[in-house]
Design a protein around this ligand. Structure first.
Ligand code: OGA
Ligand code: NI
Length: 364
């Protein structure tokens, strides 16, 4: 195979992938070209045929006793074996999903100068730009991001809430309320699937922190060389992801050492377990590593909500999940500190959780 030409292409705004795509460089700039081991080879992505589990939310909230019981069992299996599932019949109005998606697209289509009025603030993830970049030699993701802290109010930075497109900010507000209710409900059923009281997480979390991140992945002429989003687990308790309509398949999760693509189901939401639930359940439910890949012709948009405990909360494995055969795997820590650690580290698989891991000697 001929070597890939690696000469960096100088364009006006070198690291903004939408600008880069519009400049139609003949080669991919080196900062985006992944090392061989990280490249998204098609072979691994297509080798799995199984799909992530589907949970029918309406059965959880409206089903008869047996239906609820079965759906909770399914939810438990989804959390334990996959860490990911799709939720159908989730009660969030389709028109709201459509409007937030339309407005997010419009936002990303604004001129760069307009988007740069909301620059990402270092040390936080809020604003427009490339997140998780800390050194010159770090590879960049083929993605533009715009993120906002939503709840509680004090985490908001009003200067970052866009005035264009019209209705953007109020739609984010409406959407976030609905997603918050969904998270709250799902956490109840997740608690039950773990044999805990329904309110266990809600009581523990205090006023939950909620943030939204919009990821825009422009088409890439060499999807085999780049990653849309580096492999990582989420630092949240729960993450809710809406994939844009007509988007290419882009999200992949690492299962049994294979990257499994998440096939979008129209109007479904993709949910995943974050690091917080992994710690609380002492690893019974794990946050699963995932990444996004790009497409040769199609752009892709995803809207991602992170739902996490209040920053002031102290966390550690719950006593229910610790015994002689399941020794405590994580130390107690302050969630705000974990959050700070997460946003100031580069995305690197599950490395962020080393923060809390207790490394026990393996004895045979
Ligand atoms: C994230 C994430 C995946 C996607 O934002 O944490 O995993 O498909 N996004 O955009
Ligand atoms: Ni993620």
């Amino acid at each position: 195979m001929a070597p890939v030409p690696l000469s960096p292409v100088r364009v006006g705004h070198i690291d903004d992938v939408q600008e880069l795509r519009n400049a139609k460089p003949t080669t991919i700039p080196e900062r985006f070209v992944r090392d061989m081991t990280e490249r998204p080879t098609l072979a691994t992505a297509l080798s799995s045929t199984s799909d992530i589990p589907v949970i029918d939310f309406s059965k959880l909230i409206k089903g008869d006793k047996d239906e609820v019981h079965i759906e909770i069992l399914k939810l438990g299996i989804a959390c334990e074996e996959w860490g990911f599932f799709q939720v159908i019949n989730h009660d969030i109005e389709l028109s709201l999903l459509e409007s937030i998606e339309k407005l997010a697209k419009e936002f990303f289509m604004l001129p760069l100068e307009e988007k740069q009025k909301y620059p990402m603030i270092p040390g936080t993830l809020q604003g427009y730009g490339q997140a998780f970049v800390f050194s010159e030699d770090q590879k960049l993701d083929w993605c533009n991001m715009f993120a906002l802290g939503v709840e509680p109010q004090y985490i908001r930075n009003p200067k970052l809430w866009p005035t264009k497109p019209a209705k953007f900010s109020e739609t984010v507000e409406l959407y976030s309320k609905e997603v918050r209710a969904l998270c709250n409900n799902l956490l109840k059923y997740i608690a039950m699937s773990l044999g805990l009281r329904q309110q266990a997480f809600e009581e523990m979390f205090g006023v939950a922190v909620q943030a939204i991140r919009m990821n825009y992945y422009p088409a890439c002429s060499r999807p085999d060389l780049v990653l849309g989003l580096s492999p990582h687990s989420d630092g949240s308790a729960l993450t809710v992801l809406q994939q844009g309509k007509g988007s290419s398949v882009g999200l992949q999760i690492l299962k049994d050492n294979t990257w499994v693509p998440v096939q979008p189901i129209p109007n479904a939401l993709v949910i995943n377990i974050g690091d917080t639930i992994e710690v609380l359940s002492n690893g019974k439910y794990k946050s699963v590593e995932h990444r996004a890949v790009t497409h040769k012709e199609k752009d892709r948009l995803s809207l991602v909500t992170f739902y996490a405990p209040s920053y002031g909360i102290e966390l550690g494995p719950m006593p229910e999940f610790v015994d002689e055969s399941n020794p405590c795997k994580y130390r107690r820590y302050n969630h705000g500190e974990y959050s700070k650690h997460y946003v100031t580290s580069k995305l690197q698989g599950k490395k962020a959780l080393d923060f809390a891991k207790i490394h026990t000697k393996i004895s045979n």
